[in-house]
Design a protein around this ligand. Sequence first.
Ligand SMILES: [Zn+2]
Length: 394
Amino acid sequence: MSVWDDLVGQDPVVAQLRSAADGTVGTATSAGRPAGAPGGNMAHAWLFTGPPGAGRSTAARAFGAALQCTETPRGCGHCASCHQVLQGTHADVEVVRPAGLSYGVKETRELVLRASSSPSGGRWQIVLFEDADRATEAAANALLKAIEEPPPRTVWLLCTPSPDDLLVTIRSRCRLVTLRTPPVAAVADVLVQRDGVDRDTAEVVARAAQGHISRARRLATDPGARRVRAEVMAVPRRLTSVGPAVLAAETLVKAAEAEAKTMAEELNETETSALRQALGESAKGRMPRGTAGALKDLEDRQKSRATRVKRDSLDRALLDLASYYRDVLTLQLGAGAELVNTELAAELRTAAAQGPPEGTLRRLDAIMKCRERLGASVNPLLAVEALTMALRTG
Ligand SMILES: [Zn+2]
């Protein structure tokens, strides 16, 4: 076992990060750089990019663990440092997870200040910035200053979907790590080997999740998530006339919201109990004096995250729906590409025979427009109702 095990189908990335982490072993030079200072394959700022679910933050965290690891080769996965980083309790690794829709300049300045201190016991002072693309412009500028003049022991690990999501001035100072969409087979293998999912289910959900590992795992292990997806995939079948189309819209929005609620609650529970423990909760569940503020802060952050989880969940439902029409189009064009929804093959073939590809393209376009409108904060139910109407008439 090593810290790299969770990186599924990302061999080139693992090789790149491994060599950088191992390269930090005793690189004291005549130029007076401290042992292990950036040099060779090491850099002060790294940018992890790749499609959602490919494992950007997993890769960044594994790299963080390897940098703090006290064994060789770095990233053993069993030393105390590796454990602490992977569990999020290492004193010299701060994980920044913007809870709301953006990340402000005040928080960034505070972060930069903390990042400039020397590591307390680890080898590096590491900041792992998930969703760095959510930094406001002012926040990004504060970040740029920190990256331009890095303290010798500080390492920034930034994650964004694509390099274009960051200021070019920041991007140009980062070593780029590019994750790819993991192959369906690799995702299915992990589900079988690590989660004990049976092979057939693993392959169906790996395809359905289109390379999004945690999504695939959720579909494989949570019947509720499978039910929601089934409801979304039933929408095309329900668009027989105006009444059912309106109802289908309502079902879709409600199903996505219910799933978001479950996911947010799970996240909240884990976080809250971790914080309560860290703050010194007694065996009877009593909290020490003066800790109420920290718990309240966490609660506020969780509330603003709930909004984002809800939006993401509806967006994913629409992408699932798009995969239906993408399959129909594949069949209509006879492109021979593999279907995402193999379990619906018969229904998809019927749908494909019913009209020209132009109609399917218009439907796909309507879904993308609906996603844009939701991104612009249009009322979800209204936007999805308009969508189901457009899907009905094609
Ligand atoms: Zn280790």
